[in-house]
Structures are given as C-alpha cells and as structure tokens.
Design a protein around this ligand. Structure first.
Ligand code: SF4
Length: 325
C-alpha cells in the first residue's frame, strides 16, 4: 500500500474472563491497515472475532490491548470528548435494520441524530435540508421524512441506516454484515449503493461478512479470521484465486460457485471450531487442518508475507490455485 493508511490497527486484543478461570481470547493480536477509500473485508465463521474487532475500531467495545490509529491518532488514548469528535468521522452500520433503528422515532430524527450530536446543523431548516439530501443519496426522498421504521421494507431500513451513517460525512464506515438480514434480491442493491457512495465520497469500509460472494464483489482486500486471529490477508483476486492458508482454502471450497464447470473439490474440515475459552496451542487451526504437522501443535505461525501484499499465518503456506470465474 503506497498511501498513508487511514486506519492502522496493531496487535488488537479482546480477552474476557472465562467462567472457569483463564480467558476467552475473542480477538488475539490482530493487525491490519485500511487506506482512504478502500474496502477491507473481515471474513470468517460465526464466533471468529470479526464483529468484536469491528466494534473495537470505534471503541464500542473496549480493547484489552493493542492500538487503533485513525488518521495517525491512537483512539485508545483519547478521553470521551476527544473520542466523540473523532467518531464523527467513523460510523457503523449494523446487520439488523429492524433493531438498529429506534421504532419510536421518525426517519427525519433518526437520520439527523448524528447531526444533532455533533452540532452540525445550526437551524431546523438546515437540518431538514440535509436530511432530505441524505435521503436522496440513498435512493429515498422527502416523502419519507415523517414516517416510522415499521413502514419500510428491510432494504429501505438499511438505506435509512446508511443515510444516518453518512450524515456527519465520515471517512470510515464499519459495516457489520450490512446485507445478510436482507433478501438476496435486495442485497446487491444495497451493496451497489455502498459502492456508489464510496466512489462519490471516498469513504473507506471495514466490511464484516461471512458471505464470500458479496465480499468478492465489494472488497479490495480481504482479511480472514479464525478463532480471534488473522490467518490470511490479501488483495481480493489473489485471495480468491490462490488462497495460501488451509482454512481459507476450505472456506472457499465450500462457497457456492455460479458455474458448475468450475466447481472446486470440497475440503471438508474435521471437527467443530474449538471453544474460544480453551483454544489449541500452537496454530489454533491444527485440530482441523488436513495437513497439520507436529510443529503446528507447538509453535504459533506468524502472519508472514508470502507474496508482496499477501500474508498468511501458516508454517506450510503454499498456493492453492482455484479457477477464476
Ligand atoms: Fe495447518 Fe500447520 Fe498451517 Fe496451522 S500452521 S494451518 S496446522 S499447516
């Protein structure tokens, strides 16, 4: 990456006390950068730590270790007031548009909430004008101002949530499974809207998803998580065509492909994801890895560069070419 990162995450950690003693390592030393205007996808199975990571970027969950630099400033060292000022430039869109919008508020007040919090509109007329502008940006209009969330479809509600996130002109949006609660037919409309807004305003996204087809469509780079750690990080095409980590290879082999001629041989992982309160020593993946060696049970594989811009945390990392679409 040649440009100065907008977001730079170093060794981010979230450990919870476990009920039987010890710690649940929900996020365990995650590091990555996001450039201005870039979409970095965080992918992995449920419970891998991707949502907790996303929430820690905005300090909606407090990290137990590490650093989150936004525009060169470590957010973890900021007091409440300074953090609130920074948060104007960092917004979040949640998965569920049914629960993330207050049912009692009208659309105008939902979208204007960040404008009010940050004192961005000096008069009621300016506030109304800005909300109408935001509605139009997401494909809605002024006739929706006085309605309540229950009067909208799931896709329209997510558009309202995106309008609210856009209101303070953020430079980064953390989107946590933003389309997975929507009908498949609506998902691409919302993803295309997010891409259009990125092209127009240069917003960076941290796009959290378990849906690899959506990730392939929207992300510039992809970070794969397993049991709280990053196991692979690469540009999207490189990751999808030549994944190096056995876990990524298994994930991709299980994803549906549109063309049956290009169907991959499925790698079936043995066993379940281990309990995060009792993670395996060495490589966390060794209990399910089809090529694990003795070394893997003892030594943590560092995330190391296997090609320029492509890193994998595996002692035996090797390309696993997958046919392109
Ligand atoms: Fe598999 Fe060993 Fe690589 Fe872990 S380090 S993914 S166990 S080969």
């Amino acid at each position: 990456m040649t440009t100065q990162p907008l977001l730079s995450v170093h060794n981010l950690t979230k450990h919870f006390p476990a009920s039987g003693g010890g710690a649940v390592k929900a996020v365990d030393g995650v590091s990555f950068d996001v450039a201005p205007g870039e979409t970095l996808a965080l992918v992995g199975e449920s419970g891998c730590g991707k949502t907790t990571t996303g929430r820690m970027l905005l300090r909606l969950a407090e990290p137990t270790g590490g650093e989150v630099h936004f525009d060169g400033i470590n957010l973890l060292g900021l007091g409440r007031r300074a953090l609130r000022q920074r948060r104007r430039q960092m917004q979040i869109v949640f998965q569920d548009p049914y629960s993330s919008l207050s049912p009692r508020l009208r659309v105008e007040d939902i979208i204007a909430e960040p404008l009010d919090v940050h004192g961005l509109c000096p008069t009621p007329a300016a506030r109304r004008q800005r909300v109408v502008e935001l509605l139009r940006l997401v494909g809605l209009d002024a006739t929706h101002l006085r309605r309540h969330p229950f009067e909208f479809s799931g896709g329209q509600r997510q558009r309202i949530a995106i309008a609210r996130a856009l209101a303070p002109q953020p430079r980064l949006i953390v989107a946590d499974e933003p389309v997975s609660a929507l009908d498949v037919s609506i998902q691409s409309q919302v993803v295309n809207l997010m891409q259009d807004l990125q092209a127009r305003f240069g917003i960076a996204y941290v796009f959290i998803s378990h849906d690899l087809a959506v990730v392939r469509h929207i992300a510039h780079r992809v970070a794969v998580m397993y049991l709280g750690r990053l196991v692979e990080l690469a540009e999207t095409d490189a990751l999808f065509t030549a994944p190096h980590h056995p876990y990524t290879q298994a994930l991709l082999s299980a994803a549906p492909v549109p063309d049956p001629e290009r169907r991959r041989s499925r790698i079936v992982l043995q066993g379940d994801v281990p309990n995060p309160a009792n993670v395996p020593a060495g490589c966390h993946f060794h209990t399910r890895c089809p090529i694990a060696q003795a070394l893997c049970r003892e030594t943590v594989p560092p995330l190391r560069e296997v090609h320029p811009g492509h890193s994998a945390a595996c002692h035996l990392a090797a390309p696993f070419p997958i046919p392109t679409r």
